[in-house]
Every structure is written in C-alpha cells, then in structure tokens.
Design a protein around this ligand. Structure first.
Ligand SMILES: Nc1ncnc2c1ncn2[C@@H]1O[C@H](COP(=O)(O)OP(=O)(O)OP(=O)(O)O)[C@@H](O)[C@H]1O
Ligand SMILES: [Mg+2]
Length: 243
C-alpha cells in the first residue's frame, strides 16, 4: 500500500471568515513535506481540513492509493483515522487526567491497529524510553517535551501510513525542538511513513524536509522542490524570515 495525499484548490474558513484560498498541496508516498508559515496563516486549518475536523467550502482532498482515489472531504475524523492517517495535533491535546499508557491506548482504537497494540506499544516505548518509565503517570503531569512524545506515540499507536504533525516545536526549548524533529525523521524512516508537518520553525523543519510549501495569509506563496530551494529563496529570506 502506497498513498499520495492531495489537497487541490481548497477553500475553507470558520463561519464568514475565509482562511484558506485556493490551497493546493500534495505529499507523495514516503516523502516528508513541510508546510511553513508564521502564526495565523492557515497551517492548522489545512491540517484540520485533511483530518475531517473542518470541512472545506470547495476544493478536493483525496488519497491516491494503489490506483484508486479515496475522497477525504465529507469524511469524519474517525473515518480519516481509519484510512491510516494519524494526527499529532498542535498543543498535544492529551487527556491530562488519564495516564500515559491510557492516552497511548486511545490512539489504538481504529480497527486496523487493535491487533497490533502490543507490538506498537513496545515500539513506541523503545522510541521514547521516558514513556515506558512513566507509563502510569498522569499525562497532565508530564513535562512539555514528554507530552509531545506522548502525542507522537499516540498517533503511531493507530498504525498510520500517513502522519500529520502540527507544530511539534510549540512550547519546547530549542534543544528539545531539535531532538523532536530528528525523532520524527527517524520514526518516518523506521515505519516507512509519509509525513506532512506544519511548522513555523523554518530552520528546524527544513532539516528533515524533502520539500515544502510556504503559506502566507491562507495562500501558498511558494513551493520548493527541495529543502535547498526553500533555504535559498530570496522571497523567503525577505518576507518570511525577515532577513
Ligand atoms: N475555530 C476558529 N474560529 C474562527 N477563526 C479561527 C478558528 N481557528 C482558526 N481561526 C483563524 O484562522 C486563521 C488561521 O489559523 P490557523 O490556526 O490555521 O493558523 P496557523 O498557521 O496554524 O497558526 P499557528 O502557527 O499560530 O498555529 C487565523 O486568523 C485564526 O484566527
Ligand atoms: Mg497552527
């Protein structure tokens, strides 16, 4: 199974507020694609459209899987997870009064993941040893870095093919951002994942990006065919990085 994720000419917003304007983004099987943009430019809104949390007002979002097309627009978040698309949400969104292990098990509810609970739990504990040590600790009592590990591990418990990661760097000290970004790359390689990561931390994100997009005011302003394309672009230096 190899899937390509496509968002084509997507328009979306909240009530009368239009946020995304004609957004087209695609992620090929096995790629790590980054969606770069500063606060409020629509990164999370696009991720929410893909995951069925926000419904686009027009445009298409679909998977191309083994020659078939599977539309995502109109699907519920649960149905999207069932298709093998997992979200690491912005701000982690853990259940603070549940233990680390209970949070992880909640990630495994989809049918395709239930039979693999033991092996996936062993895998995430191997990937994030602090979670094994603290499996019985309440998630709300974990540090920010540890909570981000739980959020990533919970997504992996659904045994995804495609991992959507929304701003893993938020609220973390620079050294932890670096480690988390490197870990996402490592997990992607180990699990043969396809990754779409929204980030505003340009320098960290492009360390693991195969290519990426810059979103400004809800529009894709630049599409880079490689990480170098993004790094070397004058428009980005001027308008996005303020250099
Ligand atoms: N639930 C909502 N209701 C109304 N407006 C919203 C809602 N969520 C987001 N918005 C607005 O949509 C725009 C884009 O927000 P979005 O969260 O997609 O940006 P972002 O790029 O993810 O930003 P950040 O880096 O801060 O997470 C913002 O102007 C925001 O105020
Ligand atoms: Mg966001």
């Amino acid at each position: 199974m190899a899937s390509r994720l496509v968002a084509s000419h997507v328009e979306a917003g909240y009530g009368s507020v239009r946020v995304l304007h004609d957004v087209s983004v695609n992620v090929n099987a096995g790629e790590t694609v980054v969606l770069l943009g500063s606060n409020g430019n629509g990164k999370s809104t696009l991720i929410k459209c893909i995951t069925g949390i926000v419904q686009p007002t027009s445009g298409e979002i679909y998977l191309e899987r083994d020659g078939a097309r599977i539309d995502l627009v109109g699907k519920s978040p649960q149905e999207v997870v069932d298709l093998g698309i997992a979200l690491v949400p912005e701000g982690r969104r853990l259940f603070p009064k549940l233990t680390v292990e209970e949070n992880l098990l909640l990630g495994a509810f989809r049918m395709g993941a239930r039979s693999k609970i033991d092996s996936n739990l062993a895998f995430v504990f191997e990937a994030f040893p602090p979670l094994r040590e603290r499996r019985n600790q309440l998630a709300g009592n974990m540090s920010g870095g540890e909570q981000q590990m739980v959020a990533v591990a919970r997504a992996l418990m659904s045994d995804p093919e495609i991992l959507l990661v929304d701003e893993p760097s938020v609220g973390l000290a620079p050294i932890l951002v670096s480690r988390m970004i490197a870990k996402i790359k490592e997990l992607k390689d180990q699990r043969h994942l396809t990754v779409l990561m929204a980030e505003q931390n340009f320098n960290q994100a492009i360390k693991i990006a195969d290519r990426g997009y810059i979103i400004v005011h809800g529009q894709i302003e630049f599409e880079g065919g490689s990480a170098a394309d993004l790094r070397d672009n004058d428009m980005i230096k001027q308008y996005y990085l303020g250099l």
